[in-house]
Design a protein around this ligand. Sequence first.
Ligand code: SF4
Length: 419
Amino acid sequence: MLTKDEAFRLTRFSFEDIADNASAIRDEYALHTITYSPKVFLPLTHLCQDTCSYCSFAKSPDSLESLFMTADQIREICTQGVENNCFEALFTLGEAPENRYEQASLWLRERGYSTTTDYLADMARLVITEFSLLPHVNPGAISGKEIRLLKEVSISQGMMLESIAGRLCEPGGPHFGSPDKTPARRLATIEAAGRAQVPFTTGLLVGIGDTRHERIEGLLALRDLNSTYGHIQEIIIQNFIPKPVTAMASTPECDHEEHLWTIAAARMIFENTTHIQAPPNLASSIPDLIRAGIDDFGGISTVTIDYVNPEKPWPHLKTLADQILEFGKKLKARAAIYPEFISKPGFLADHLRVFVNAVTNEKGYIINDPLKNNERNNVSATKQYKSIDLTEVAVEEEIPLLPLRQKRGSNFPVSKPRS
Ligand code: SF4
């Protein structure tokens, strides 16, 4: 595994310099498989106490017909989800809106809830007990107590670190006015999830003013947490895309090379200790994501839009499968909890296991994969990536570099994915 010094030295290389190396590391264990999670997207509330400059998800109470999704609205979407072979219920929501808006606090109190997290827990319980959809919850920066509450009703949780650069929270920065986006608060939440043994999804948002050095710092901080707790099931490397009517509407979108470089760097830093994901609906080139070393596309829905990026439609599953087939890869459905975490002691509440077992096979993948009868997924070609030695790549200064592909023992949580 790369040392910290070696990881920072990656900043001197181009994406093309490290692409084959990143791919080769991914291929060592993911072999022919790139996963995705068939899901419904439930935007529980668009209210948020924060004010990130790039966000078009957060709305003011006056602009909303309903402050929170009601149980019946959730049931309506879940019904469609079940009919369309979705297995994940992704709850995405603003951060603790009751702290900012009296209307939100009143709405919750009138229904017997003191916090948004309490309401989220009840709605997660609803979708799993009434629909057998497996909840993945994204409530933002919350306490250890709240994380443990949600563990009882969900199979995984998530929150993007986004960036470890505290300077982005200063006046003029994208996270100014967003106390939940301070790196210390984000890292504390991710650590609390580790203590609670929650399969956790996190990652970086690339292109909001962050530097390569800061991205490496962020990835290393996440690697340290994962080394201690073994709970980070995937790292999302998301590219910033400006939204109209936001304060960053005229900021250029994330540079393609920088996005790909960050994916490849993440793969080389984490090797195969976690999954690396990039959202396919935000990508300008699916083949480039594969070359950069991803092994997962995240949640894809045939029922609901991406409410965070509503202008970006999900790719058609068969189109996606065909695109990755050219790389010898097969698209495979997973649950919102990755296969290796299903059997990892302490990471899945016992009373939820029956719901996971009902939809996954003995290898931990979705039984009724929406694509499983698609004969175009029969993989016959395998693209071989050669391992490269970056000691031979020219850098500005003479800095001794170890070969990046070092022999290592098995360090994947519990075991390799059972493919
Ligand atoms: S915390 Fe999330 S929902 Fe709230 S303003 Fe920031 S990006 Fe938007």
